[in-house]
Design a protein around this ligand. Structure first.
Ligand SMILES: [Zn+2]
Ligand SMILES: [Zn+2]
Length: 141
């Protein structure tokens, strides 16, 4: 089974085979600014199951070893890779061809949630990053 996504202009797409490793909301300031959105919905997949489609993405290295990919034509954020999440590709749920299919199961960096953003889901809310959540989500093998 393949899942696909694309940027606003459609020049860059991606696909992965199989299941997502995790699906969550991130409330950190970096993700918010990167997307100019109050919260960002993410899915993580093993890099070995992932492929870019169309044009190659542009990449902005936010800090050492953290790479945020985006479309150089339309500017849409399109992917995230980091040395501390080796073997994984993080994708924006809103870029899915069918974003309705997304099923987030937890929040991270919840301590940074904007007070005016109201979310009434019953999902687990972690403070800190994925690396600080109980399950070791950095292992994509
Ligand atoms: Zn684009
Ligand atoms: Zn974040």
């Amino acid at each position: 089974m393949f899942t696909q996504g694309h940027c606003l202009c459609g020049k860059i797409g991606w696909k992965f085979e199989g299941e997502v490793t995790w699906a969550c909301y991130c409330h950190c300031d970096d993700c918010r600014r990167n997307c100019a959105a109050p919260v960002v919905a993410w899915l993580g997949v093993p890099l070995k199951n992932f492929k870019w489609l169309g044009s190659a993405p542009s990449t902005y290295e936010t800090t050492d070893g953290v790479h945020r990919h985006f479309c150089g034509n339309c500017g849409s954020p399109i992917g995230f890779e980091a040395d501390h999440y080796a073997g994984g590709m993080h994708l924006y749920a809103a870029s899915l061809d069918n974003p309705e299919d997304f099923n987030p199961t937890f929040h991270v960096n919840y301590e940074s949630k904007l007070h005016w953003l109201e979310m009434h889901d019953k999902l687990t809310k972690y403070n800190g990053t994925l690396l600080e959540s109980p399950k070791d989500l950095s292992d994509y093998n």
